[in-house]
Design a protein around this ligand. Structure first.
Ligand code: HDL
Ligand code: ZN
Length: 420
């Protein structure tokens, strides 16, 4: 620690500057995204037309201009959808929502002139940009050192890339996602059989063994940071259903023996409006007695958990106080808004100290890393300043080095330690 880092912080301005520097300069491990390394080709979405047709904006445009039906919208090409969204949500109405503001933050950071002509200007900017150049630009601007992907062995296009032995960019890490296995067993059986796993719809030991072999094969291939699943708000365990049987007989032993954390992302109400497709999912409150049981019955398994309902956030913090094998993470999806990031981060610091992962971007389009992390860093810094000021009021000698250590723990260290 240098002399400057060891010197106690004495004023509000010194505190504010120290937090801003640490939060801006600390590289981030973004532990949940839908991005892909460039080796995965068109699976990696990037550029302004993808950015403007993000499903969050589709939900907003369909409610803002009801003269265009979902069917008419889906009949458009991506550029036509982007033109429509830009006109309705940015030109004819104020781009004031978090998803709209995010697009503008990204354009600003890319040096594109803000204003009603922004879409055209951005298309000009991207004309001569390669995906490799843009990956470098976006990771630099967002100061993300590692983006964790969402990798689905059941996805035919993605599986083909993995089987081709892709040259992986070390800045992208895998997370093995098993939603089809746990949420759609009936359709997973024929897919597993087609992949060469001798499973049957009936749960015999042989089926459990083959599911386990599938998990091991794909973990060997992907080298995932964790195993993940998104679960509905009515997720119950044990429930005597296919999901519970596979979790108990395959997933938990697999995680325990391989030392892989199990990431639970719980609270989705799938397709409450199917016409909106990916934008049609909603949120529901989860009975978190289930989490108590999972953590208590599996002390050797490490659980990474994020929950979608605002009403579940306090319970998640209290449950984390009960179980050291539980690490809460992120302000997920409908919670990824400054007002809720502030609320959740304050609650987490007060109940958990710095033993949590404050955020993940959930970015679907590469460019979103820029805005999702600019906006989240600002909210996290705001809370840190408040909490450090409260600490200093006790007379505790706080230094710049302390703050750097804490921020590194929050933005990468906790995950690295938990994921082993
Ligand atoms: O299941 C998930 O990982 C969610 O994040 C969904 O992908 C959701 O559609 C989303 O993109 N949320 O931000
Ligand atoms: Zn996601």
């Amino acid at each position: 620690m240098t002399n400057a880092e060891a010197r106690p912080i004495r004023t509000a301005k010194a505190l504010s500057d120290s937090v801003d520097r640490a939060v801006a300069e600390t590289p981030i491990i973004d532990m949940h995204t839908h991005l892909y390394a460039p080796a995965f080709g068109s699976l990696l979405l990037w550029g302004v037309d993808e950015l403007v047709t993000y499903h969050y904006l589709i939900a907003e445009v369909l409610r803002t201009d009801r003269s265009v039906s979902p069917g008419e919208f889906w009949a458009m090409t991506t550029p036509q959808r982007a033109d429509h969204i830009w006109r309705v949500l940015f030109v004819e109405n104020e781009p004031i929502s978090e998803a709209r503001r995010g697009v503008l933050t990204t354009l600003k950071q890319l040096g594109i002139a803000p204003g009603p002509n922004g879409l055209a200007e951005a298309r000009e900017y991207f004309r001569d940009v390669t995906v490799e150049q843009h990956v470098d630009t976006v990771l630099r601007l967002s100061n993300v050192s590692s983006a964790v992907m969402t990798n689905d062995p059941f996805d035919d296009a993605e599986r083909a890339v993995w089987l081709s032995g892709p040259e992986m960019d070390p800045r992208f890490r895998a997370a093995m996602r098993i939603d089809p296995l746990l949420n759609a067993w009936d359709t997973a059986v024929p897919k597993l059989k087609a992949m060469g796993y001798g499973v049957s719809p009936v749960f015999t030991q042989a089926t459990y063994d083959e599911v386990r072999r599938f998990l091991d094969d794909w973990a060997d291939r992907m080298d995932p940071l964790y195993l993940a699943v998104s679960l509905p708000s009515d997720f119950a365990y044990p429930a005597g259903d296919a999901r519970s049987r596979i979790i108990a007989n395959c997933v938990l032993p697999f995680c325990r023996e391989r030392g892989l954390p199990f990431a639970l992302m719980v609270g989705v109400k799938r397709l409450v409006n199917p016409d909106l497709r990916l934008a049609g999912d909603s949120v529901g409150k989860w009975d978190m007695n289930v989490l108590d049981r999972l953590c208590a019955e599996n002390p050797e398994v490490r659980f990474l958990v994020t929950v979608l309902a605002r009403e579940n956030q306090h319970e998640l913090c209290v449950t984390a106080r009960k179980f050291p094998n539980l690490l809460p993470f992120g302000c997920w999806w409908f919670l990824n808004n400054p007002s809720l990031i502030l609320e959740m981060t304050r609650m987490r610091v007060e109940l958990l100290g710095f033993s949590f992962v404050p955020q993940h971007s959930d970015a679907r389009i590469l460019d979103q890393l820029v805005y999702k992390w600019e906006h989240s860093r600002a909210a996290i810094a705001t809370v840190l300043k408040e909490k450090y000021a409260d600490l200093m009021a006790t007379g505790w000698p706080l230094t710049d080095g302390d703050i750097r250590r804490d921020v590194e723990q929050l933005l990468g260290g906790n995950l690295r330690a938990f994921a082993g």
